[in-house]
Design a protein around this ligand. Structure first.
Ligand code: ATP
Length: 227
């Protein structure tokens, strides 16, 4: 089964007279190992769709199957289980300032109590080396550049071998060269592991990392083309 399989997904914010539909009859598949970029005008519903797929928001109508879990009507415990299988990367990295890069990455392995702390830190160090930060593992985020912080966020999202990566504008705060490097790095690591990526982006400079580009307008998917 595809890691993401959505049919007839409709979603609205607000209730009664204030109810505002933002997603209308969305259907989307993301295949194993595929890198899909989700693009479209501001307000077209991209982030809302990503948060529904990531089980960060409750479904209202339609079917949304992610890594084998149907999210319509799913209980919170199942959504928690699913979220642990997803690597999330956001625009503002969300690293904890009082921890080192290595500790930030290791933290995402803490949910698995079978991994001893020494191994968590070792795996975090290896993952930081894989994103080119071997010499920076013991620095706090404040001592790193924007691009380096986003690499830490990539390491944190991937260290637990997630079944899916969801990224929301991961390069928006970076300059052109750094944004391109970070996007390619994420793509290369995910491809080498066969991990699918769904990434919301406005950034035309990184469209070349995609296998497929999906365009949304006014809550609907209007285009889905191989890159
Ligand atoms: N929590 C919320 N409550 C009410 N309305 C919301 C909420 N979040 C988003 N919206 C509205 O839903 C619509 C879709 O927003 P969404 O953030 O999903 O779009 P987007 O395509 O990701 O936009 P952008 O590219 O600007 O981030 C917008 O009109 C937005 O104002």
């Amino acid at each position: 089964m595809d890691p993401i399989h959505i049919d007839g997904l409709t979603f609205a914010y607000g209730e009664g007279e204030l109810r505002r539909p933002v997603l209308r009859d969305v259907g989307l598949r993301v295949h194993g190992g595929e890198v899909v970029l989700l693009t479209g005008p501001s307000g077209s519903g991209k982030t809302t769709l990503l948060t529904l797929i990531g089980a960060l928001r409750g479904m209202q109508e339609g079917s949304c199957r992610v890594l084998g879990h149907e999210l319509l009507g799913s209980p919170e415990w199942e959504r928690v289980v699913l979220r642990r299988s997803i690597g999330f990367i956001f625009q503002n990295h969300n690293l904890l300032g009082f921890l080192t890069a290595r500790q930030n990455v290791a933290m995402s392995l803490e949910l698995d109590s079978t991994i001893p702390e020494a191994e968590r830190l070792e795996r975090a160090g290896a993952m930081l080396a894989a994103v080119g930060l071997a010499g920076h593992a013991d620095k706090p985020p404040s001592k790193l550049s924007g691009g380096q912080r986003q690499r830490v966020a990539i390491a944190r999202a991937l260290v637990g071998h997630p079944g899916l990566v969801l990224a929301d504008e991961p390069t928006a705060a970076l300059d052109k060269v750094t944004g391109g490097e970070v996007a390619h790095l994420l793509r290369d690591i995910a491809k080498s592991r066969g991990t699918p990526i769904l990434m919301v982006t406005h950034d035309p400079r990184i469209l070349d990392i995609a296998d497929r580009i999906v365009t949304m307008e006014d809550g609907r998917i209007v285009d889905s083309v191989p890159a």
